[in-house]
Ligand binder design. Structure first.
Ligand code: NAD
Length: 247
């Protein structure tokens, strides 16, 4: 087994409160393109404009046509070996929590329990007026019927996806993520360019870092272990070594 994998596994096992931070790269092997990776389909500014508050409120027709198409790419995918390995590390009582920038819900589907989705999710949508929450399908059904923007069946307010779009404030869950980062002594970052603020500030709050990412990140120099490889190939090896160390 690779020396770096062994070093990473040892760092995780020896840490007092290890946490994981993931980005879009953990889901590329599930068939979801990232923003900034080598195969990122969404490099262009158009996506940032499309998935923004301005488009949601001032161009709802565009948001619920092209924007919804983009969100659909992220729905209905399956967890890959990287998600499953992260869930296993929690099951082994090693990893304490998973902070994710992803909205695809694949960590929960893979079995991770303590997941903090700092950019929201695609399982639900909510009324902006009465705060009632509905399954995401409410949006799909409304749009199919031509009701744009979708309306709340209880109070008639506007219903929107429970996703943090460009221009939205960070949700309460981001404060939970900050608390977890402050409490942690080792953060494993998986599949994040660490260029999107404020999530990119979280690693600064942690004493030691491990990074698994295809490309270099701004934190590589200060990290204890850096592996530039596919998360779905590296993480199952890390789990194997963690299991050996614990046995
Ligand atoms: P990013 O797109 O900025 O960076 C992804 C990183 O992952 C890249 O550096 C790339 O080299 C690396 N990568 C790609 N495939 C990998 C693999 N198989 N193994 C290891 N590394 C791999 O992603 P980000 O930092 O998460 O920021 C993008 C923002 O866009 C986030 O805020 C996120 O909410 C959103 N987003 C979410 C999804 C999703 O939910 N799956 C997808 C795209 C974008």
């Amino acid at each position: 087994m690779d020396d770096l994998v062994m070093k990473l596994a040892r760092s995780i096992v020896e840490a007092r409160y290890p946490v994981v931070l993931t980005g879009a790269g953990v889901s590329t092997e599930s068939g979801i393109p990232d923003f900034r990776g080598p195969n990122g389909l969404w490099r262009n500014e158009e996506i940032m404009d499309l998935l923004s508050l301005d488009t949601l409120y001032f161009m709802p027709d565009l948001f619920y046509s092209r924007g919804l198409e983009v969100l659909r790419v992220l729905r209905g995918k399956k967890p890959n070996p990287a998600h499953r390995a992260i869930a296993r590390l929690e099951e082994l009582s090693v990893v304490k929590s998973v902070i994710t920038q992803n909205i695809d819900g694949l960590h929960l589907e893979a079995g991770s329990q303590n997941v903090i989705e700092i950019h929201g999710n695609l399982r639900t949508c909510s009324c902006e007026k009465c705060r009632s929450t509905f399954p995401f399908e409410h949006i799909e059904v409304s749009v199919a019927k031509g009701v744009i923007p979708p309306k709340c069946p209880r109070c008639g307010g506007i219903v929107r996806p429970d996703v943090v779009f460009f221009g939205d404030p960070m949700p309460e869950d981001f404060n939970r993520a900050v608390d977890e980062a402050r409490r942690s002594d080792f953060m494993l970052v998986v599949g994040s360019s660490l260029q999107v603020a404020p999530a990119a500030y979280l690693p600064e709050m942690v004493e030691r870092l491990g990074i698994i990412n295809l490309e270099p990140t701004p934190y590589d120099k200060s990290a204890l272990v850096v592996i530039h490889d596919k998360a779905g190939e590296v993480l199952p090896q890390v789990v194997k070594e963690v299991e050996r160390l614990l046995s």
